[in-house]
Design a protein around this ligand. Structure first.
Ligand SMILES: [Zn+2]
Length: 246
């Protein structure tokens, strides 16, 4: 069966001296893999028609017995040129790509994930060079996945004044619960909690990236979100660190 869909490459690597394998997030068929035969030849019709962070129209032969489909045609639909010139924004886009690649199962249609990925890439073009953006994007991503961190009361006892963040419990806990249950927690003082709450409740990063933060506050926010992404989405901390600090 031939499938035509909108798609963004999540990863791409050589298969032979002339062909490439490309993993895509597609609008209609979820995460899929295609073999692009001859894609590395100098006159391949695939050349310039797909690239990381850019949206293409993809035509492929769907195989019933194999998860490696055969790419037939490809045409670039929407280019995101900022990632070619803005190195920091590109690092952010790489992290977002790794996040979607890691969390989306193969061959499971998920149009809402495709739309979320496109939305975050579009925003990263404009705001991805700001360090606050990734933190906001992680909260936005988590909320859309139905895994927003719990930031109102202690996740354990419902107490009103939690001052620790417990990534394995997905939210804030009070000191007595943390002690009693021997939870692994991070400090989450009122200023940090206020930032997390404000950012979690905003649908656009424009205000988040204007938030003035001290280095200490940034470090605290990164520690919390890094632990949260690891526990909730199995997102390796080194990928996150690479996008943020290198
Ligand atoms: Zn408690």
């Amino acid at each position: 069966m031939i499938v035509r869909t909108t798609a963004i490459p999540l990863a791409s690597y050589p298969y032979s001296s002339t062909s490439r394998i490309v993993h895509w997030l597609t609008r209609t068929h979820g995460k899929i893999s295609t073999l692009l035969k001859g894609a590395q030849r100098p006159k391949s019709p695939f050349l310039g028609e797909y690239d990381l962070f850019n949206t293409s129209e993809l035509l492929y032969f769907e195989k019933r017995t194999n998860t490696l489909h055969t790419g037939k045609e490809c045409a670039l639909l929407h280019r995101r040129p900022a990632f070619n010139t803005d190195w920091r924004a590109m690092q952010t886009a790489s992290y977002l790509t790794a996040l979607f690649n890691k969390t989306i199962p193969e061959e499971a249609p998920c149009p809402e994930q495709f739309e979320l990925y496109e939305e975050l890439l579009d925003l990263a073009e404009k705001y991805g060079h700001r360090v606050q953006f990734i933190l906001w994007a992680e909260l936005f991503f988590s909320t859309r996945q139905g895994h927003a961190p719990h930031l109102t009361t202690c996740v354990q006892c419902g107490g009103a004044e939690p001052s620790r963040f417990c990534a394995s419990n997905g939210g804030i806990v009070c000191t007595s619960c943390a002690k009693e249950h021997k939870f692994q927690t991070l400090e989450c003082p009122p200023d940090i909690l206020a930032v997390l709450r404000a950012w979690r409740n905003t649908e656009h990063p424009a205000s988040a990236i204007k938030t003035q933060l001290t280095n200490k506050q940034l470090t605290a926010l990164h520690s919390i979100m890094s632990a949260f992404m690891l526990y909730q989405f199995n997102m390796p901390t080194h990928l996150r660190a690479k996008a943020l600090f290198v």
